[in-house]
Ligand binder design. Structure first.
Ligand code: SF4
Length: 388
C-alpha cells in the first residue's frame, strides 16, 4: 500500500515496441517527442533544430518526408543526430521504403492509405529489413470516407474503427511493431477516442491533441487532454502540438509529465505568485532562473517563495529552497536558503540569483556523481557475481 495512494497512476499494460533504441510501451517511461518544421532536404537547418530539441531532452523526433529530396536528406540527418528519427510519410509507399532504407527508426504511415496489398507488403518488408517500427495516425479531421458515411461525423467509434482497420492490415502482414494515435483538436473527442482504443487493443499509444493552437492555448488544451489520459494510465509517448517553436513542445511535454510525477528531468521550480509580502521580486527571479537553469537535465527541485507564509513549508519538500525575509528594498542578507529542507544560511537580494544558480549546479553535479558511483558499484557487483 502506497503512503500517498492519491498520487498513484496504474499504467495501462501495453505491448512494448522500439523506436530505434528507445522503448515505447510496456514498463518504459512515457517518452516526449516533437516534429521539425524545417525543410527536411535542408539538412543543416534540420540538424540544427534537432540539436536544440536534444538539448531540451527530446526522446524521439519526427521529420516530414513528402518527396525524394526529403528522404535523401534524412539519410544525412540520422547520421548527425543522437535521437531516433520517425519519417512522416502519409501516403506514398515509395517514400516509406526510401525512408526505411535511409535509416528512419519508425514510419508514420497509415497502411490503408497507400494503395494495393502488394505496396503494403513492400513497406512492411522494408520496415522489417531495416528494424523500423511504425505509427498508425488517425486524425478526426481526415477520417476515411466510408467511416464518415457510416457514423455521420468524426466520433470516437469512427476513430477507433479506423485505427483498428489500419492495425488489421499490418497484423495480416505479420507486423506488430507499431503504436497508434487517435488525435483530434477537440479535447473531449480525443480523450474518448483514446479511452476506447485503450480498451480495444494493447498497442502502445501516442497521445496528442492536434492543432491545439499557440503556446498558451495549446499548452492548456494539451495539458487537460493528455493529463486526463495520463492520470488514467493511458499513453506511452506524447507529442504536444503547438503553433510555436517545436522546442517549446518538448518543454511543455516534460512539464506535463513532471506535473504528474511520470518523468523527472531538469529543474522543477516551485514558486509562489508573489504579493505585497514578497521580500524579493519573485516573478523576475523565476523568469531569470528558468532561463539560466535550462541547461540542467538532472532532476533537482527548487522552491522560490517570496516570504515566510509558505516558504519554509515548500522548502522542506525541495532540494534547495529560498524564502524571502525582508522587503523589496532590503539590501541586507534577509532571504533564507534551505538545503535539503533545512534552513542553512542567508543571502541578500543582489547576489541571490547567481547564488541559486551556483547551488543548483552543484546539487546537480552531486546527484550525477552519486548516480555514477551507484552504477559503477552495481556493475562491479554483477561482475563479481558472474566470476563466482
Ligand atoms: S509566499 Fe508570501 S510572497 Fe508569496 S504569495 Fe504567498 S504570501 Fe505572498
Amino acid at each position: 500500500m502506497s503512503v500517498r495512494p492519491y498520487r498513484e497512476i496504474a499504467r495501462r499494460r501495453s505491448r512494448q515496441i522500439h523506436v530505434g533504441p528507445v522503448p515505447v510501451g510496456g514498463d518504459a517511461p512515457v517518452t516526449v517527442q516533437t516534429m521539425t518544421n524545417t525543410i527536411t532536404a535542408d539538412v543543416a537547418a534540420t540538424v540544427a533544430q534537432i540539436r536544440r530539441m536534444e538539448e531540451a531532452g527530446v526522446d524521439i523526433v519526427r521529420v516530414s518526408c513528402p518527396d525524394e529530396a526529403a528522404t535523401e536528406g534524412l539519410r544525412d540527418i540520422v547520421k548527425q543526430v543522437s535521437v531516433p528519427i520517425i519519417a512522416d510519410i502519409h501516403f506514398h509507399y515509395k517514400r516509406a521504403i526510401e525512408a526505411a532504407e535511409a535509416g528512419a527508426a519508425c514510419l508514420r504511415i497509415n497502411p490503408g492509405n497507400i494503395g494495393s496489398a502488394e505496396r503494403v507488403r513492400e513497406v512492411v518488408r522494408a520496415a522489417k529489413d531495416h528494424g523500423c517500427s511504425m505509427r498508425i495516425g488517425v486524425n478526426a479531421g481526415s477520417l476515411d470516407k466510408h467511416l464518415l458515411e457510416k457514423y455521420g461525423e468524426p466520433n470516437p467509434e469512427a476513430m477507433v474503427e479506423s485505427a483498428l482497420e489500419h492495425a488489421k492490415i499490418l497484423e495480416d502482414n505479420d507486423f506488430r511493431e507499431f503504436k497508434i494515435s487517435v488525435k483530434a483538436s477537440d479535447v473531449y473527442l480525443a480523450v474518448a477516442a483514446y479511452e476506447a482504443l485503450a480498451e480495444a487493443c494493447d498497442y502502445p499509444l501516442h497521445l496528442g491533441i492536434t492543432e491545439a493552437g499557440g503556446t498558451r492555448v495549446g499548452t492548456v488544451k494539451s495539458s487537460i487532454g493528455m493529463g486526463w489520459l495520463l492520470k488514467k494510465g493511458i499513453g506511452d509517448t506524447i507529442r504536444v502540438s503547438l503553433s510555436a517553436d517545436p522546442v517549446e513542445e518538448v518543454k511543455v511535454g516534460f512539464d506535463i509529465l513532471k506535473s504528474l510525477d511520470l518523468r523527472h528531468r531538469g529543474v522543477r521550480i516551485v514558486a509562489c505568485p508573489s504579493c505585497a509580502r514578497q521580500g524579493f521580486d519573485v516573478i523576475k527571479t523565476v523568469e531569470i532562473l528558468e532561463e539560466r537553469l535550462a541547461h540542467i537535465g538532472t532532476p533537482v527541485s527548487l522552491s522560490i517563495l517570496g516570504c515566510v507564509v509558505n516558504g519554509p513549508g515548500e522548502a522542506r519538500e525541495t532540494d534547495i529552497g529560498i524564502t524571502g525575509g525582508g522587503t523589496l528594498a532590503n539590501e541586507g542578507s534577509a532571504n533564507k536558503v534551505y538545503i535539503s529542507g533545512l534552513a542553512h544560511h542567508n543571502v541578500g537580494n543582489a547576489e541571490m540569483i547567481d547564488h541559486i544558480v551556483d547551488l543548483v549546479e552543484k546539487k546537480a553535479a552531486e546527484i550525477e556523481a552519486a548516480k555514477a558511483a551507484a552504477e559503477s558499484a552495481a556493475t562491479e557487483s554483477a561482475g563479481t557475481a558472474a566470476a563466482e
